[in-house]
Design a binder for this molecule. Structure first.
Ligand code: AMP
Length: 181
């Protein structure tokens, strides 16, 4: 949970880019947040906090980062939690055997893939991304995790675009958004 000062700091470091990459989309550019050491550390600490219980304990085996901005956030979260890192990548980027899922995006369509040896049965998994929009990407990520017999313990994002109601599509998943816009 962010304090109001932390919330204001993060909000002030997220830049709206209207009509990018397509007309009608307001792109949430997080590069100003990444540039600011305090804002970046605040965001990572808060994402880590979503995976901890009241005693400060977390039992996460793997953190999934969704290409591409999800990687930037998931890697430091995995490091702090002492969990493994699993990159979920766009079609054709991973060199080993993969599992894949196709899904609709806020803009366009996409296929994401994961290495077939990324998860073990019963692995406790945290899914991390920058923006939750329609929820299709996170839903596809959860399908890939669960197809491997692992469990999605929580989904943690920096920003949830509330007006797109992506969270509704993710009923059954424990979704945490640092900022709901
Ligand atoms: P969705 O599947 O619709 O929830 O879209 C989520 C994915 O698309 C995330 O990986 C985001 O990085 C990206 N995305 C979707 N909409 C936006 C947006 N308005 N600003 C920035 N990234 C977005």
């Amino acid at each position: 949970m962010l304090s109001s000062t932390e919330r204001e700091l993060l909000l002030s470091r997220i830049r709206d880019i209207p009509d990018w990459p397509e007309p009608g989309v307001v792109f949430k550019d997080i590069t100003p947040l990444l540039l600011d050491a305090t804002a970046f550390a605040t965001a990572i600490d808060a994402l880590v906090g979503t995976a901890r219980d009241q005693t400060g304990t977390s039992r996460i085996d793997k953190v999934v980062g969704i290409e591409a901005r999800g990687f930037i956030l998931a890697a430091p979260v995995a490091h702090v939690l002492r969990a493994g890192l699993v990159p979920l990548r766009k079609h054709g980027k991973l060199p080993f055997d993969t599992r894949s899922v196709s899904y609709a995006l806020e803009y366009g369509e996409a296929t994401i893939e994961v290495h077939s040896d990324a998860f073990g049965p019963g692995d406790r998994v945290l899914v991390v991304d920058d923006v939750l929009a329609t929820g299709g990407t996170v839903q596809a990520a959860a399908e890939l995790v669960e197809a491997a017999g692992a469990d999605v313990v929580a989904v943690s994002v920096l920003i949830e675009l509330g007006f797109l109601a992506g969270g509704d599509r993710l009923a059954g998943l424990d979704v945490h958004a640092l900022l709901r816009l």
